[in-house]
Design a protein. Sequence first.
Length: 400
Amino acid sequence: MPPVIPTAIPPRRLIAILALLTAFGPLATDTYLPALPDMRGDLGGSASGVAASLSVFFFGMAAGQLIYGPISDRFGRKVPLMIGTAVFTLAAFAACFARGIEAFVALRLVQSLGGACGLTLARAVVRDLYDADELAKAFAALTLIGMITPLVAPTLGVGIIMLGGWRAIFAVMTGMGIITMAAIAFGLPETLPVDRRHAEITIGGVIGNFARIITRRRFTLLAMMAGSAAGTLFSFITGSAEAFMTEFAYTKPQYTFVFTAITVAMMAGGEANRRLVRHFSPPELLRFALTANVVSGLALVGAAGFGPGWSVALALGAAVGMLGLILPNSATLAIGSLRRDAGSGSSLLGVIQFGLGFVASSGVAWFQNGTALPMALGVAGCAVMGRLCLAVLPHEERPA
């Protein structure tokens, strides 16, 4: 994948830095999922209150991306990355000492506002470096990298909890933030040349730029398809611990095994997408995956209502597995439709993804009752929404 602009960064170093950036979100959520039941007693919160620490993180990831995209289009990618990573790191350090659920949730919001820089600007860096023909492959690789963290995060979390309790997880996040700041400072050159930056940044200009992008129906509907996939993922993340550890009485190691297996399904979908994109177009793959996701989501609702734990896990794995195809292809088609506004477009894509994910996660947390049904309804609802977005896309703009 030859870069569009000259850069001295070796490909392996670029992949390593992008991997760190895209790992912010999964690491900050998935590592402490096995500890959620324990945290209720330690922080004095209810099941819904502890689950809110996940929902508020998704909200912050959405809101933060409104900031980083326009700023990076004006000042470049490197400085905003340094600032956001520093905020993420300081908030993670403070969370180690939180004594109540309210303080913990507030720190999670701050942490997410910092961590939002990772996914937004990683996508923007890829868009800076690669042309349209290579963009699909680059996004497929980036998505696959992002799937590795959810695969190992719960197992890592269980190990850390056994050694030092759930607070030690945030100490590890602090260390990761410090390493990432060093990698950005010394290993990542600026990828947005001065002549491609916006001349000025004003609130009116930013709003106008967002409005211009959001009125592009194709971009918005494709971004909502990506958002439906994020909603599926966040419904799974928010509801799975209570579903498997409360309703089905799984132990922490058993839940970690199920969570990891389902994440492997998503990773397998990403790997399949990386191979299939050589033979099928992103629109064709997207159409298939959105349809299959609806079938899997409806099967999950049936399993949650009447089936045992293993049937819920199988249906959930099928639904989550399709995200490995939906996320990279919807992002490819959405960002690929933009040119000069890659940073702002990446922000809007992230806002829509995490915004819809926040709505889905909040719904699951609000109706949390110790069963798999709230999670299943969240997954199925998001799947149906994604397929409806494809259905309302004008015929001449639909994926073929």
